[in-house]
Design a protein around this ligand. Structure first.
Ligand code: SAM
Length: 218
C-alpha cells in the first residue's frame, strides 16, 4: 500500500516491529507470482552462487535454493526484521548450508568482487538510496558472465492503480520510479551488458536484466 511517508510505506521500505513482521509475512505471498514470472526469464543453473538483495520475508531465497540444488543462496537486507524473517523462512536451507542471510545495505555489500553467478532483487530497487551507485556495487560482486535481475510491480508508466499511486506520492516516499526505457539506461550507464527490460503490461509487472562482461573493469 502506498500513501505518503506514513507507516505502511515505511514498512515496505524498511520493515520494523510487529507491523513489519506482518508486512513481510504478507509480501511473502503477495510477491510470489511476480517473482516466479520474473525468474522465468533467466536460466538458473544448479551450481549457481546467488545473492538476493532486499530479501524481505525470504520467499525468493527459498525458491532459488530449491532450483540451485548444488549451489548456495545468500540474502542481504538492511532491516533487522527482514533478516530475522528470512532466517525463519529458510531455517531448513540454512541448516543444510544452502543459504545464508546477512544484515547490510546494497550500497556497501560485504562480499568480495566477482562472487555471484546471479543477483536478484524483487520489489526493492526503487527504495535504494543511490540507484546508479548501488547498481555499480551490485555489478562489483557479480562474476564476469553473471547476471542481475530486478523484478518489480511498481514503475513509471505502469497502468496498475498501485503504480499510479506510487508515482503520485514519489516525492514524499522517496521512491525512485523509472520508465521501461529509464530502466534500460540505468543498467547500461552502470556498466551492465545486454540490458533488457521485459514488461507484462496487463499485470503491471517489469523485469530488468543485465550481465557482467568478461572484460568488465571494476
Ligand atoms: C518491499 S520489500 C520486498 C521484500 C522481498 N524482496 C519481496 O519481494 O517480498 C523491500 C525490502 O528491501 C529492503 N531494502 C530496501 N532498501 C534497502 C537497501 N538500501 N539495502 C538493503 N535492503 C534494502 C527492505 O528492508 C525490505 O525488506
Amino acid at each position: 500500500m502506498v500513501t505518503t511517508k506514513s507507516a505502511p510505506v515505511n514498512q515496505c521500505s524498511k520493515p520494523t516491529g510487529w507491523l513489519g513482521r506482518f508486512t513481510l509475512w504478507r509480501m511473502n505471498s503477495s510477491h510470489s507470482k511476480l517473482t516466479d514470472w520474473g525468474l522465468s526469464h533467466i536460466p538458473i543453473e544448479s551450481h549457481y552462487t546467488i545473492l538476493d538483495v532486499g530479501c524481505g520475508g525470504g520467499t525468493t531465497i527459498s525458491k532459488l535454493a530449491a532450483i540451485a540444488t548444488q549451489g548456495k543462496v545468500y540474502g542481504v537486507d538492511y532491516s533487522e526484521e527482514s533478516v530475522a524473517a528470512t532466517m525463519k523462512t529458510n531455517t531448513q536451507w540454512i541448516n543444510r548450508g544452502r543459504a545464508e542471510v546477512h544484515p547490510g545495505s546494497v550500497s556497501e555489500l560485504s562480499f568480495p568482487d566477482n562472487t555471484f553467478d546471479l543477483v536478484t532483487a524483487v520489489e526493492t530497487h526503487f527504495w535504494w538510496p543511490n540507484l546508479p551507485g548501488d547498481m555499480r556495487e551490485v555489478l562489483r560482486v557479480m562474476k564476469p558472465g553473471g547476471a542481475l535481475i530486478l523484478i518489480a510491480e511498481v514503475y513509471k508508466g505502469a497502468i496498475s492503480a498501485v503504480s499510479k499511486l506510487a508515482e503520485k506520492h514519489a516525492a514524499q516516499t522517496g521512491m525512485t520510479l523509472l520508465t521501461v526505457n529509464e530502466h534500460r539506461e540505468l543498467l547500461t550507464n552502470a556498466g551492465y551488458s545486454n540490458a533488457q527490460v521485459i514488461e507484462e503490461r496487463s499485470k503491471g509487472w517489469i523485469c530488468s536484466l543485465g550481465g557482467k562482461q568478461y572484460n568488465s573493469q571494476p
